[in-house]
Structures are given as C-alpha cells and as structure tokens.
Write a protein that binds this ligand. Structure first.
Ligand code: HEC
Ligand code: HEC
Ligand code: HEC
Ligand code: HEC
Ligand code: HEC
Ligand code: HEC
Ligand code: HEC
Ligand code: HEC
Ligand code: HEC
Ligand code: HEC
Ligand code: HEC
Length: 544
C-alpha cells in the first residue's frame, strides 16, 4: 500500500485547525525536539522571542503554494545529486516535501524567514541560516546523501534485485504521492522518539532493512557476529558520506574496514598485516575501484572490496581450490581468462581478476627463459608442468611431498602468498617476505650458502630430507647442487608453472624447470627424457 497523502482539502482543514490551536498531537512530539525553534526549544538553535512552534514551517495565511500551508520560501538552488554506477533509480532535483526540509537544511535560507515577506524571526546568537558547523546542514551538495526524489516503484525493486517491494513497507515508512521516496520516508519532522527524527528505531539497521534486502546479508559474518550488531551503519551513513558513491563512511575504501580490522578495532587485524613491507597496496588508490568495473580493463588498483564482499563474507574454511568463506560473493576471472558471470567459486579466480590479462603486474625480478607475468598462463593445465592450483598437477613422481599432500592434491595461491606470521590474520594482505610469501624463499642470489631457512617456503610441503637425499631423491643431484654448489632452487625451478603458449615443452619444461637466465647465461637445456642438462655451468651431464 502506498502512503499517499490524504486529500488536500482534509489536509488543509486539519492543518488550519492544528496550526491555529497548536494541536497537541503534533505539538507534544515536536516540543521537546530540535524542530521546536521557538524560544522554548530544547536545542541550541532557537528564536530570541518567538513563542509559536508551528510557525517556523506552517502558516494558515499567505502560505507558500507548496502544501502543507508552508510558511517558508523554498530554495532556488540547483542541487548536486547522488549518483553511482550501481544505482538503478534516477533521482531528480529535490521535489515534494524534500524541498520543504531543504528550505532549512541546505543552509541557503534564514531559519526564521517567511514566504512572501522580508520579515525574519531573529534567532539566538545571531544565527540566520543553518550554521555551517552543524552536521544538519546538508548543503546543496546531495551527492553524499541517501538518494531522494525518485519513484520507489515495484519495477525499480525488481531491477535492483536487492530491494523489498514498496507495497511491503510498514506504514511509518511513508512514500509520497506517486511512490516518491523523500526525506519523510525515514524522518518525521514532528516527533523524535528515536533520535534524528527517524520514523522508527534504526537499531541493528532495522530502518535500512525495511527497504534493503541485501543478498547474502543475513547469513554473513558482518550480520551474525555480535561485535557488528549495528549492521549497515558501521560502513554506510545516510548523509555527509566520506565516500560518496554507495555512501561509505570514509572515502578511502580500506579505512571503512580498518575501523574494526586493525590492532585496536576488535576484529582480525588486517591493517597491521597490510602495513608490512611487501603488501597489496590498498592505500595506493582512492576512488578507482568500482564494483561494476571490468577487471581486465580497469585502471590498476587493489582494495579490500576487490577480494571480499562485505555483505556476504563468511568465516568458514574450505579446501583448495574452493574459495574460503571470507571470499564468498566476489567476482572473478576464470582459468580460461573470461570474466565470470557468477561469483568466483575458486580462490585463483579472484586472483586472476588482476594477475591475468591486464597490466596490474609488479615489476619483474626473476628473469626466466620463458618469461610470463600473466599468472593465469603460468597455471594453465595445458602446460608441461605447474603447481596444482587450477588443476591436479602433471608430476607423477614427487616423493618429497609431505604426508598431507599427494600428486593428486591441489593447493591455493595463498598456500604460498600469505602473512609470514601464521599467528596473525591469514591472507595475502602483506608479509615481511618478498612477493608477499608466507615463508622465506631466496630467489635473487647465486651462489648462496645453503640453509634450510632460505627455502622454507618449499619445505612447508616438500621434505628436504627426501629432496636432498642423493639416494631417494627423484633428482639425486639436488644435494650436490643446492648444498655443495650453492645453487638456489629458483635457478632451475619456476614456482608457478611454465606456459606452453610461450613455447614450453614437455621435454624441456617438465618438473617446473625454467632456468633463471641471470645465472644460467647460456645453454640452459634440460631434457627430462634423456635426464641430461646443458647449462652455462656445465654441459651434457647425465645424472643416471
Ligand atoms: C521544522 C518544520 C516543521 C514544523 C516546526 C512543523 N511542521 Fe508540520 N510539516 C512539516 C513538513 C515538512 C510537512 C510535510 C511532510 C510530512 O508530511 O511530514 C508537514 C506536514 C504537516 C501536516 C500535514 C501532513 C500530515 O502528517 O498529516 C500537518 C497537519 C502538520 N504538519 C502540522 C503541524 C503542526 C500542528 C505543527 C506545530 C505543532 C507543525 N506541523 C510543525 C514540517 C514542520
Ligand atoms: C524551519 C527550519 C527547518 C525545517 C523546515 C526542517 N528542519 Fe530539520 N532541523 C532544523 C534545525 C534548526 C535543526 C537543529 C540543527 C542543530 O541543532 O544543529 C534541525 C535538525 C534536524 C535533524 C537532526 C536532529 C538531531 O537530533 O540531530 C533532522 C534529522 C532533521 N532536522 C530533519 C528534517 C526533515 C526530514 C525535515 C523535512 C521533513 C526538516 N528537518 C525540516 C530546522 C529545520
Ligand atoms: C533512507 C533514509 C533517509 C532519507 C531518505 C533521509 N535521511 Fe536523514 N537521516 C537518516 C538516518 C538513518 C539518519 C541518522 C544518521 C546517523 O545516525 O548518523 C539521518 C540523519 C539526518 C540528519 C542529522 C544529521 C546529523 O549528522 O546530525 C539530518 C539533518 C537529516 N537526516 C536530514 C534529512 C533530509 C533533509 C533529508 C531529505 C533531503 C533526509 N534526511 C533524507 C536517514 C535518511
Ligand atoms: C524507504 C526505503 C529505504 C530506506 C529506509 C533506506 N533505503 Fe537506501 N535506498 C532505497 C532505494 C529505493 C534506493 C535506490 C536503489 C537503486 O536505485 O538502485 C536506495 C539506495 C541506497 C544506496 C545507494 C546504492 C547505490 O547503488 O548507489 C545506499 C548505499 C543505501 N541506499 C543505503 C541505505 C542505508 C545504509 C539505509 C539505512 C540508514 C537505507 N539505505 C535506508 C531505499 C531505502
Ligand atoms: C562491513 C561494511 C559494510 C556493511 C556492514 C554493509 N555494507 Fe553495504 N557496502 C559496503 C561496501 C564496501 C560497498 C561497496 C562495494 C564495492 O565497492 O565493491 C557496499 C555497497 C552497498 C550498496 C550498493 C549496491 C551493492 O550491493 O553493491 C548498498 C545498497 C548497500 N551497500 C547497502 C547496505 C545495507 C542496507 C547494509 C545493511 C543491511 C549494508 N550495506 C551493510 C560495505 C558494507
Ligand atoms: C564494525 C566492525 C567491522 C567493520 C567496519 C568491518 N568488519 Fe569485517 N568483520 C568484523 C568482525 C567482528 C568479523 C568476525 C571475525 C573477525 O574477528 O575478523 C569480521 C569478519 C570479516 C571477514 C571474514 C573473516 C573470516 O574469519 O574469514 C571478512 C572477509 C571481513 N570481515 C572483511 C571486511 C571488509 C572488507 C570490511 C570493509 C569493507 C570490513 N570487514 C569491515 C567486523 C568488522
Ligand atoms: C584488484 C586487483 C588484485 C587482485 C584481485 C589481486 N591482486 Fe595481487 N596485486 C595487485 C596489485 C595492484 C599489486 C601490486 C603490484 C605492484 O607492486 O606494482 C599486487 C601484488 C601482488 C603480489 C606481489 C608481487 C611481487 O612481486 O611483489 C602477489 C604475490 C600477489 N599480488 C598475489 C595475489 C594473490 C594470491 C591474489 C588472490 C588471492 C591477488 N594477488 C589478487 C592487484 C591484485
Ligand atoms: C603448499 C604446498 C607446496 C609448496 C609450498 C610447494 N610445493 Fe611443490 N608441489 C606441491 C604438490 C602438491 C606437488 C605435486 C603436484 C604434481 O604432482 O604435479 C608439487 C610438485 C612440485 C614439483 C614437481 C612437479 C612435476 O611436475 O614433477 C616441483 C619441481 C616442485 N613442487 C617444486 C617446488 C618448489 C621449488 C617449491 C618452493 C618454491 C615448492 N614446490 C613449494 C606442493 C607444494
Ligand atoms: C640444478 C637444478 C635444480 C635445483 C637447483 C633444484 N632442483 Fe629440484 N629438480 C630439478 C630437476 C631437473 C628435477 C626433475 C628430475 C626429473 O627429471 O625427474 C627436479 C625435481 C624436483 C622435485 C620433484 C621431485 C621430488 O623430489 O619430489 C621437487 C619437489 C624439487 N625438485 C624441489 C626443489 C627444491 C625445493 C629445490 C631447492 C631447495 C630444488 N628443487 C633445487 C632440478 C633442480
Ligand atoms: C608454490 C608456491 C606458489 C604458489 C602456489 C603461487 N605462487 Fe606466486 N610466486 C611464488 C614465488 C616463489 C614467487 C617469486 C618469483 C619467483 O621466484 O620466480 C611468486 C611470484 C608471484 C608474483 C610476482 C610476479 C611474478 O610472476 O614473479 C605474483 C603476482 C604471484 N606470484 C601471484 C600468484 C598467484 C595469483 C597465484 C595463484 C594463481 C600464485 N602466485 C601461486 C610462489 C607461489
Ligand atoms: C588481494 C586480495 C585481498 C585483498 C586486497 C584483501 N584481502 Fe582479505 N583475504 C584475502 C584472502 C585470499 C583471504 C583468505 C586467506 C586464507 O583463508 O588463507 C583473506 C582473509 C581475510 C580475513 C580473514 C583472516 C583470517 O585470519 O581468517 C579478513 C578479516 C580479511 N581478509 C579482511 C580484509 C580487509 C579488511 C581488507 C582490506 C584492508 C582485505 N582483507 C584485503 C584476500 C584479500
């Protein structure tokens, strides 16, 4: 049912009566509120000697033709309107009662001004227009305020997909004629039992939720964790939003999250992790991320909301390659390089948003025979070898694997790229190790004295006692190379995989062989069939 105002005649009659008699139904509510601008008002903004309450907004005589018997002039301002790429509605210039509210709340017209005369009721402290210092001064820039002055129609609700039908709204959430959503959907200027003249209590964001039916919200950790019981208003505000589009409290995207996800915020501390030397540079850009962006052509950036959906995030665990709960509801790019039309099902699809097919790459450090920064190509299941992130690997003889892994295991990108302190919040937010690695991996120095710690990353999954044993290792010369001749793993192995589209072959590039050409300066031919190797270090060596 739409809340269309009563017929004008009744309205004028009742208003005339009420205004004349200062009808107590309205008066009782308003007297103790900031809208009592008479000298008896409780707020700091009030008249020096005007006793009448209703007169600031209504007059039975010489009224502004805008109903209901409006005493005030209305602003001629042209307002900046709310806009965003996700908004379906097309808000117009303020209309209906919004123009009445804005006759004080845009700060352009004296609070004591009257329609049709130059008389002005004098206010205490020489106040004329709504003071600049008051957060109630919304100014003429409404682009940081909840959108108003559009029809909240059934069609809009359907197109948006996350809105209740307007016919299901409770009576106190009033729409104006034509289903117009105005200030009065949320505020009742005559009574203030809930604070801020709200039409109902917004505890746990109950008001927001009468209209917004956000997909996935009810089950999400941000709705269910008792620490975030306030709901929407932790991240969103209705007015004066720091981040305009989508009304986020702070313009810097991550700042909204750091309210809680910091060392003092009470929730898992991501801020400290992200401030480590090697990190995803979330503070590097503001206002570049857009939920509607095409990840393959977007300008380079990374924000929490690229990898997380704060409306849908869960705290559940999963097994590779499936997304853990924290990544629920995020868009992704498939292993075929296509922007997915549904939420990412696998963690790597979230990473491929940016680490494939676009120009988000970090500067190259390790230079390899077959050079590739597109990680999607690195992990292509058609490659002669790859770590099993996108598909089960091609290695059949990997005796070094620790007992929890086998040649049919799959692993996450975040099994390698993660916080180096495993007691802190998990995730590829930041690490003290290069390339945001969970453990140390020395890949820039040859020769390098052997120490277990240098290759701790690999030894998380591969047992060095097997790997470096000249008898049981699948590559018996590991020990002579890595320990005796101080050759780091990375001189021979690529940690990701070797792309066949760039010429990798099963003979030369099985077992993740892809030489570092800073050290293997010529030759660099390994045959996994002939088990022989020709490199600048030696030639044609057969190891068995
Ligand atoms: C701060 C401004 C303000 C003050 C003060 C104010 N009103 Fe209103 N009033 C409005 C606005 C705006 C509307 C139209 C929007 C709406 O319906 O809430 C309105 C609408 C009305 C209506 C018709 C709509 C309805 O809800 O049925 C009546 C009757 C009314 N006011 C009576 C009064 C009386 C009586 C007083 C004094 C006790 C008063 N108002 C004081 C702003 C004010
Ligand atoms: C006659 C001028 C006037 C009109 C018209 C008016 N207001 Fe206000 N309003 C004020 C003043 C003055 C304050 C107090 C500001 C302050 O204390 O800083 C205020 C405060 C508020 C507040 C904040 C209350 C709080 O507790 O902080 C809200 C919300 C509000 N108005 C909403 C509205 C809405 C919605 C309308 C239209 C339906 C409206 N006002 C019309 C003058 C007006
Ligand atoms: C969709 C709901 C909604 C609409 C529409 C809406 N408001 Fe509000 N408004 C709120 C809520 C919720 C708050 C309380 C915010 C808070 O607690 O920070 C609020 C707060 C305010 C405040 C107090 C600001 C402060 O920080 O003290 C004013 C003034 C105000 N609104 C005026 C308006 C006016 C004028 C309009 C129309 C131009 C309007 N509102 C439209 C929901 C709304
Ligand atoms: C009376 C119904 C109603 C209430 C109450 C309401 N909203 Fe809205 N809100 C809407 C409608 C309708 C839209 C327009 C959606 C669209 O066009 O896609 C909207 C738009 C928004 C947008 C902008 C969306 C975008 O895609 O840019 C945000 C953010 C928002 N609301 C947050 C809130 C919050 C937070 C609250 C509680 C303080 C709230 N709303 C209360 C109806 C409401
Ligand atoms: C933990 C923070 C957080 C909470 C809590 C939250 N939101 Fe959001 N919301 C966001 C962020 C961040 C975006 C923008 C996402 C992006 O840029 O990719 C957003 C986007 C939106 C949008 C734009 C359309 C869309 O779905 O992207 C609406 C509408 C919205 N939120 C309403 C709400 C409502 C209503 C609630 C409460 C039921 C709520 N939000 C709770 C952070 C939050
Ligand atoms: C009002 C506080 C608050 C804000 C603001 C907030 N969060 Fe949370 N968040 C929590 C709490 C509490 C949990 C529950 C687990 C925990 O302690 O981290 C949580 C959990 C999460 C989880 C799931 C964690 C898991 O255990 O797997 C993700 C992901 C997340 N938040 C992301 C965000 C993002 C992104 C933002 C900013 C858009 C944000 N949060 C803003 C309080 C908050
Ligand atoms: C929204 C884009 C985006 C997404 C999604 C993304 N990244 Fe990144 N990533 C970046 C940007 C930007 C950098 C910094 C590049 C630079 O330093 O210039 C980066 C850097 C990195 C680095 C450091 C590279 C280096 O050599 O120092 C690693 C490792 C990384 N990302 C892994 C991941 C993983 C794993 C995922 C998926 C869980 C992921 N990224 C998802 C944008 C993204
Ligand atoms: C999170 C666990 C994990 C980590 C960390 C890890 N690996 Fe692996 N690795 C595996 C699994 C599982 C396989 C088996 C895949 C297969 O059978 O193809 C494997 C296989 C291999 C293979 C054999 C591939 C083939 O096709 O024969 C090589 C070589 C290898 N890893 C080298 C490394 C190096 C070097 C590091 C350190 C940079 C490393 N691994 C770190 C899990 C891991
Ligand atoms: C001199 C080059 C070279 C170096 C240095 C090297 N490897 Fe290898 N590694 C190989 C070759 C060649 C194979 C494949 C042998 C074959 O054809 O089966 C191999 C096989 C492997 C395998 C798969 C077989 C198994 O034993 O499970 C793993 C895992 C592996 N290497 C890890 C490492 C790690 C970790 C390091 C550093 C600590 C390292 N490699 C250093 C050349 C090297
Ligand atoms: C087995 C461990 C491991 C896995 C799994 C892994 N990486 Fe890496 N990654 C590394 C190492 C080690 C480096 C450092 C470069 C080197 O040594 O060649 C690296 C480098 C990077 C870089 C820097 C650019 C480059 O290519 O050198 C990015 C970006 C990156 N990884 C993203 C990813 C993404 C996205 C995934 C999952 C799709 C992933 N990584 C899976 C170990 C891994
Ligand atoms: C590049 C992608 C990426 C970005 C950017 C990112 N995260 Fe994460 N985050 C992840 C991944 C992947 C995980 C899951 C790690 C795991 O389960 O091992 C995660 C985990 C989390 C968790 C759960 C931690 C735990 O210990 O379970 C929270 C909370 C979280 N992120 C919040 C945030 C916040 C807040 C931001 C922005 C400041 C952010 N993330 C930015 C990828 C990202």
């Amino acid at each position: 049912m739409l809340n269309i105002p009563r017929p004008a005649a009744t309205l004028i009659a009742s208003l005339t009566m009420l205004v004349a008699a200062s009808g107590w139904a309205f008066a009782a509510g308003i007297l103790n509120s900031k809208h009592n601008l008479s000298m008896s008002g409780p707020g700091s903004i009030k008249a020096t000697n005007e006793e009448r309450v209703c007169i600031f907004c209504h007059t039975p005589h010489h009224a502004n033709p805008l109903t209901p018997l409006w005493s005030r002039p209305t602003s001629t301002a042209v307002y900046d309107l709310y806009e965003s790429t996700t908004l379906v509605a097309k808000p117009g210039q303020p209309s209906g009662s919004a123009r009445l509210c804005l006759s004080c709340h845009d700060g352009t017209i004296a609070l004591g001004a009257f329609y049709g005369t130059s008389d002005v009721i004098p206010m205490e402290g020489g106040v004329t227009t709504m003071p600049d210092s008051s957060s109630a001064n919304l100014k003429t820039d409404l682009s940081n305020d909840h959108p108003i002055s559009f029809a909240y129609s059934e069609e809009l609700a359907m197109l948006n997909g996350q809105l209740s039908l307007p016919s299901s709204l409770p009576a106190k959430v009033r729409l104006e004629e034509g289903g117009m959503l105005q200030c009065t959907a949320c505020h009742n200027p005559h009574t203030d039992p809930y604070g801020k003249f709200l039409v109902m209590d917004n505890a746990a964001s109950a008001l927001c939720k009468t209209c917004h039916n956000i997909n996935g919200w009810n089950a999400s950790i941000h709705a269910t964790d008792p620490a975030v019981a306030a709901g929407c208003t932790h991240c969103h505000v209705s007015h004066n939003a720091g981040g305009r589009a989508r009304l986020l409290k702070f313009a810097a995207e991550e700042a909204n999250c750091y309210q809680c996800h910091s060392s003092s915020g009470g929730a898992k501390d991501i801020q400290s992790a992200a401030s480590k030397f090697y990190s995803h540079p979330m503070e590097g850009t503001t206002g570049v991320h857009d939920p509607k962006e095409d990840p393959l052509s977007a300008q380079k950036h990374v924000e929490c909301n690229d990898c997380h959906n704060p409306h849908k995030a869960l705290a559940t665990l999963a097994t590779a390659p499936v997304v853990p709960g924290s990544l629920t509801g995020v868009k992704g790019v498939s292993s075929a390089g296509v922007v997915l039309s549904t939420d990412a099902a696998n963690e790597y699809e979230v990473c491929f948003r940016c680490h494939s097919g676009n120009s988000f790459y970090a500067p190259q450090t390790v230079l390899r025979q077959i050079q590739e920064l597109d990680t999607r190509l690195d992990f292509d299941p058609l490659n002669p070898s790859f770590h099993p992130v996108v598909a089960i690997g091609k290695g059949t003889n990997v005796p070094s694997l620790r007992t929890q892994f086998s040649t049919s295991s799959m692993i996450y990108c975040t099994d390698c790229h993660n916080n180096d302190d495993t007691l802190q919040a998990k995730g590829p937010h930041g690490s003290n190790n290069k390339h945001i690695l969970i453990d140390r991996y020395e890949d820039d120095t040859y020769p390098l004295d052997y120490s277990e710690a240098n290759y701790a990353l690999c030894f998380r999954c591969h047992d060095q006692n097997i790997l470096l044993d000249p008898v049981i290792s699948a590559f018996p010369p590991h020990q002579s190379h890595v320990v005796n001749n101080k050759v780091p793993c990375s001189v021979c192995h690529d940690p990701h995989g070797v792309p066949q589209v760039r010429g990798a072959s099963i003979t030369a590039n099985a077992h993740l062989i892809n030489f570092d050409i800073r050290f293997v300066t010529s030759g660099g031919a390994y045959s996994s069939v002939g088990k022989s190797c020709t490199v600048s270090c030696h030639s044609g060596t057969k190891y068995y």
